[in-house]
Design a protein around this ligand. Structure first.
Ligand SMILES: [Zn+2]
Length: 313
């Protein structure tokens, strides 16, 4: 095709441009390599990496799935970039967690004509019990693989509406993934049940473990409720130190997306040990310890058991 004919072709045959001719599209002035339609699958964006992994399991290659925030990002108080908005404007669907997790999201969505689905819809919410957030839902519902089975159902419904042609595959992929989630849930509860009663306290920086603590029969103590306000106050640190001393907690933890300095203060003042880094709000890079959600749950469970009992799970 002669080069000077391309703009005309794009005006009159834009349907064809979109459908097949990637090189024509780029000649139409779409210089953004990432957003060029090099991939004609529907584009599904998620607000963070953990949701992307779940969505990929359900999509099974029929959809292009990407996370808006990158690995290791602080997702509660994230500040979207112009590039994020540009990318999102080309999406066919955006999945968000909801439960006030993404405080930046409603403003981000303003002006974007892209449908979004709240994947936590239908879970049994737990409320935050401490701090300024008391009474609000705890957003970290994905820390229970039981809840994630509901996330998966919401994804199956959303993907089937977006791309009805592959609805059967989304159902089959989702059901298979749900089975894995159930077996990891059973494994997790069984392993954490090994903890002696006096070691069933999970002390973390962020109050992200309420759902996991509920499922596994643990008590929970945290320095702050959600990472959006991660500056620990002296009163919060003192409260954690007192809890650790009173309950003779053998180890405490902090999460991968924030500084563990406040928890190190708790360790120093109470004489407990630092049990390790837990993953909640982000996966790791592909070559790190938790490249998938199932890895994340397994990793956290193993770190908790080893630190609290001194034994490998
Ligand atoms: Zn969080």
């Amino acid at each position: 095709m002669p080069r000077q004919l391309i703009p005309h072709a794009c005006r009159t045959l834009s349907f064809l441009c979109v459908a097949a001719l990637t090189f024509v599209l780029s000649a139409c002035g779409n210089a953004d390599a990432e957003s060029a339609a090099s991939d004609d699958r529907p584009l599904v964006l998620t607000t963070f990496t953990v949701l992307s992994d779940m969505a990929e399991n359900v999509a099974g290659g029929h959809l292009e799935v990407k996370s808006i925030t990158k690995v290791g990002a602080e997702i509660h108080g994230y500040e979207p970039t112009p590039g994020d908005i540009k990318k999102a404007s080309k999406a066919d669907l955006i999945l968000d967690n909801g439960l006030n997790l993404e405080v930046w999201f409603s403003q981000f969505l303003d002006g974007l004509k892209v449908p979004h689905v709240v994947v936590s819809a239908g879970i049994d919410e737990l409320s935050i019990t401490e701090d300024a957030y008391a009474g609000k839902p705890n957003p970290h519902a994905w820390m229970s693989p039981l809840n994630v089975q509901i996330y998966v159902e919401n994804m199956i419904t959303a993907f089937s509406a977006l791309d009805p042609q592959h609805a059967g595959d989304y159902r089959a992929n989702g059901d298979e993934y749900k089975q894995k989630l159930q077996s990891i849930q059973d494994e997790l509860v069984k392993e954490l049940a090994m903890l002696p009663m006096n070691q069933r306290a999970l002390v973390t920086c962020e109050g992200a473990f309420s759902y996991l603590a509920r499922d596994a029969g643990l008590s929970e103590k945290y320095i702050w409720a959600v990472n959006a306000e991660q500056q620990a106050t002296p009163a919060q640190i003192v409260s954690a130190i007192e809890y650790v001393k009173a309950n003779k907690v053998p180890a405490v933890f902090c999460e991968s997306t924030i500084s563990d300095a406040p928890m190190r203060q708790v360790v120093e003042a109470s004489g407990t040990s630092f049990g390790g880094t837990l993953y909640v709000d982000s996966l790791s890079e592909a070559n790190g310890p938790v490249p998938t959600y199932l890895d994340l749950i397994r990793h956290d469970s193993a770190v908790i058991i080893k630190a609290l009992t001194g034994k490998n799970s």
